[in-house]
Write a protein that binds this ligand. Structure first.
Ligand code: ADP
Ligand code: TRP
Length: 328
């Protein structure tokens, strides 16, 4: 295995609906920051999104939207290898090879699978083996660091287990990846106080209309503490505000929470202005990308070619290691 001098960072996101500020602070912003100093690989995981059985039209439009969102938020295709997962189908071959080396028991322990079943989702085989495809995404690119939110930690651990087991059986083949989870942003709360998630309908969408964003922020849950009582800070409004505030602003809000006379409504209005402000240049860029879909397709085709080059080489290494090489 070649030793590269820049750390290789990889992550992906499912095109399963409107991106929200939990996705942004939990994963996307950090990903985008990595592109300046590291070797960044980033993809839209449309094979993964298939596991929740969307219609063809919904999946394809969500995939395009997610690509535009990432680019609008600052992903630079000249610095980063950026592609759509299904444009590099080599990953499904690796997933198959890995499936054959993975005990069913390891999949049975997947908490995201169990959570989905508990929510009444009828599971398909793709959903069951979702972590294997994710391991393939990671291992197919010799990824060293995988930035994600806390909910994805177990998936990275599964990828590590699979890689270690494979290396033990077939010799050094895979780089063992590490999760990259930022304590401060690993679990952005939703407007109801649970983890912000598309599945809980509690998100603040990054590119929602002004009206929707205002409505969502104004409905962040708060307690019924009297205006002159000190307020609790381990709460969604305080935490969300802090994501957008400078240190000075955070200190000032903290003092207000400790003192008298704070109105939650005022904090919400301030937060709304901050959110609109923060994403405003990205909105303009996104509009521009949507008006030139062919440019986006070109970016994605170039990205897929770059990704394929790396993937084919590593897949060949795996094929040889595992005996899919009768000609040698
Ligand atoms: P959702 O739960 O809305 O379906 P995804 O599972 O598509 O979100 O997550 C995409 C990425 O964003 C993952 O890396 C995930 O860990 C991160 N992420 C999602 N929600 C949050 C959150 N509330 N806080 C921090 N990171 C999050
Ligand atoms: N499972 C991830 C999510 O729901 C998306 C994903 C697919 C991913 N493959 C990956 C993330 C590989 C990191 C690395 O957010």
């Amino acid at each position: 295995m070649d030793k590269k001098n820049k750390l290789r960072v990889l992550s992906g996101i499912q095109p399963s609906g409107n991106l929200h500020i939990g996705n942004y602070f939990g994963m996307m912003e950090r990903m985008i920051n990595y592109q300046t100093k590291n070797e960044l690989f980033c993809f839209i995981a449309d094979y993964h999104a298939l596991t929740s059985s969307p219609s063809a039209q919904v999946l394809s439009s969500n995939t395009f939207n997610a690509a535009c969102d990432f680019l609008a938020l600052g992903l630079d295709p000249d610095k980063t290898t950026f592609w759509i997962q299904s444009d590099v189908p080599e990953v499904t071959e690796l997933a198959w090879i890995l499936s054959s080396q993975t005990g069913v028991g390891l999949m049975d322990r997947s908490t995201t699978y169990k959570d989905k079943i508990t929510k009444g989702i009828k599971p398909n085989m793709g959903l069951f083996s979702y972590p294997i495809l994710m391991a393939a995404d990671i291992l197919l690119f010799d990824s060293e660091l995988v930035p994600v939110g806390k909910d994805q930690k177990q998936h990275i651990e599964i990828a590590r287990d699979i890689a270690i087991k494979f290396n033990n059986k077939f010799g050094d083949t895979f780089i063992i990846p590490n999760p990259d989870i930022e304590k401060k942003t690993q679990l952005v709360p939703g407007i109801d106080g649970q983890k912000m998630s598309k599945s809980y309908n509690n998100t603040i969408p990054i590119f929602g209309s002004e009206k929707i964003i205002r409505k969502k922020i104004m409905s962040i849950i708060t307690d019924t503490a009297d205006i002159n009582e000190p307020k609790a800070k381990d709460t969604p409004l305080f935490k969300l505000y802090c994501l957008f505030a400078s240190l000075k602003e955070r200190e000032s809000l903290s003092e207000k929470y400790d003192g008298k006379g704070l109105r939650y409504g005022d904090v919400k209005i301030e937060l709304f202005d901050k959110v609109m402000d923060y994403f405003s240049i990205f909105r303009d860029k996104r509009k521009m990308l949507f008006s030139k879909p062919d440019d986006v397709f070109d970016i994605l085709s170039i990205g897929a070619k770059k990704a394929k080059l790396v993937a084919s080489e590593i897949l060949e290494r795996v094929r040889i290691a595992s005996g899919l090489n009768y000609r040698l």
